[in-house]
Design a protein around this ligand. Sequence first.
Ligand code: HEM
Length: 156
Amino acid sequence: MIDDIILARALHVLALVHWIGGVAFVTLVVLPLARSRALATDALALFETVERRFAAQVRVSIPLAGAAGLWMTYRLDLWARFADPHFWWMSAMLGLWLVFMLMVFVLEPLLHARFEQLAQRDPESTLRRMARLHSVLLAVAAVTLLGAVAGAHGFY
Ligand code: HEM
């Protein structure tokens, strides 16, 4: 018989590998490569091409990660953990997920035209800001991942 909780955990991790792995690739490979281009407009074009494709894909993996996580929380009745500082990593998972959902489904579509304007006016500083934002998000995701794996396997 299929165990829905094991299946949800496997889907949760699969979606996370795609989503956070992609953020790591953009932050540690694509952005430094783009910023090494001589022309800032070329750099921005490279970043935007990769980011556009990735953004289309994470519109699937981010909701999937959240749905699987919420399903486990519901089935295992773990809601009380969100109010318990001992389980800080549960709140970190939810918080990080909410931030990305907001960025991908609300802010990006809403502010796309404004971003294009800024990028055209000052491509270099736009890329610098993008690099900083990605680094912060990746650092928070890394801490959350470490905390969640350790916490889910009884470290605390
Ligand atoms: C709506 C958002 C999320 C919810 C409700 C959620 C919920 C859960 C639950 C209930 C578990 C199982 C905990 C246990 O077995 O004790 C879990 C495991 C895990 N979650 Fe999340 N999660 C969410 C988002 C995230 C995010 C954004 C990350 C990473 C950045 C993440 C990383 C992990 C990891 C690494 C595990 C451990 C998997 C394992 O080794 O078994 N989760 N999550």
